[in-house]
Design a protein around this ligand. Structure first.
Ligand code: MG
Length: 220
C-alpha cells in the first residue's frame, strides 16, 4: 500500500488495523448508543486497505455501505503496555482512513450479538492516505476533519471533539495487544455518516494532512 511520507513513496504494510467505535459524542448520539467508558475496539484486516485514487467496491451482500472519515495513527515502533506519556515517541505519524461500513450487516450483527468482522472487513473497505505526516509536525488535538460526496459536505468535525485522545487510545490498545511498527489505528468518526452510491466521488480531508480521494462502484 503506497503512501507518501514527505515527497517519498512509502510502502505501508501493517500487521493489523485497530479501529475505535464511537469516539465522537455527536456520532455516538446519531447511532443511538451510550458514551463509552473506555475505547471500544474492533479490527479491520490489512487486506481492506485501498490506496488514494482507488475504488471502494459496494458489495452486493449489503444494501447500505457508509463512509466514516477518521484520523489514523501509524506506529513507528513496537508498543506493549505503554503509558500515555510514551505514546508519541512510538508513533510515526498521522494519515486519513475512511472506515467503510456495511451498515445493514453491522445492524444485524449488533442485534444478534455477533462481531462486526463482515460489516467492516470487505476488500477496499479502508481507503488510506494520501500521505503520512510526521508526529511532530502536527497537533492532532485540533484538526478540522471532513468528507464530501460529489462535492457536497457530508461530515464536518474537529478532532477536538474526540472522547478519548490519541495517547489514551494507543496506550489502551497496547495493554491488550502488542502494536507492531506500521500498525494503523483509526480513531473514530465525527457525525454525518451515510451511504455511498455507485459512481460517487468521495473526498476525505483532514487539516494539515491533505485530501484522500476515491470512487464508489457497485459490483455484481
Ligand atoms: Mg469508524
Amino acid at each position: 500500500m503506497i503512501l507518501l511520507v514527505g515527497d517519498r513513496p512509502f510502502d505501508l504494510r501493517p500487521t493489523k488495523i485497530v479501529a475505535v467505535a464511537r469516539n465522537y459524542k455527536a456520532h455516538a448520539e446519531e447511532m443511538n448508543v451510550d458514551l463509552p467508558k473506555e475505547p471500544s475496539l474492533f479490527l479491520k484486516p490489512p487486506s481492506s486497505l485501498l490506496a488514494n485514487g482507488g475504488e471502494v467496491l459496494l458489495h452486493q451482500s449489503s444494501a447500505r455501505i457508509d463512509h466514516e472519515v477518521e484520523l489514523a495513527v501509524v506506529m513507528k515502533s513496537r508498543a506493549k503496555r505503554i503509558t500515555t506519556e510514551y505514546v508519541k515517541e512510538n508513533v510515526l505519524g498521522y494519515t486519513i482512513l475512511v472506515d467503510i461500513t456495511a451498515r445493514d450487516i453491522q445492524a444485524e450483527a449488533k442485534k444478534s450479538g455477533m462481531p462486526w468482522t463482515v460489516a467492516k472487513g470487505y476488500d477496499t473497505f479502508a481507503p488510506i492516505g494520501p500521505r503520512i505526516v510526521p508526529v511532530d509536525e502536527i497537533d492532532e488535538k485540533n484538526l478540522d476533519i471532513w468528507l464530501k460526496i460529489n462535492g457536497v459536505y457530508k461530515q464536518r468535525g474537529n478532532t477536538n471533539q474526540m472522547i478519548f485522545t490519541v495517547e489514551e487510545i494507543v496506550s489502551h490498545i497496547s495493554h491488550i495487544m502488542t502494536l507492531e511498527p506500521l500498525d494503523v489505528i483509526a480513531t473514530g468518526t465525527p457525525s454525518g455518516v451515510g451511504p455511498m452510491h455507485d459512481g460517487d466521488t468521495i473526498e476525505a480531508g483532514i487539516e494539515n494532512i491533505g485530501t484522500l480521494r476515491f470512487k464508489a462502484a457497485r459490483i455484481h
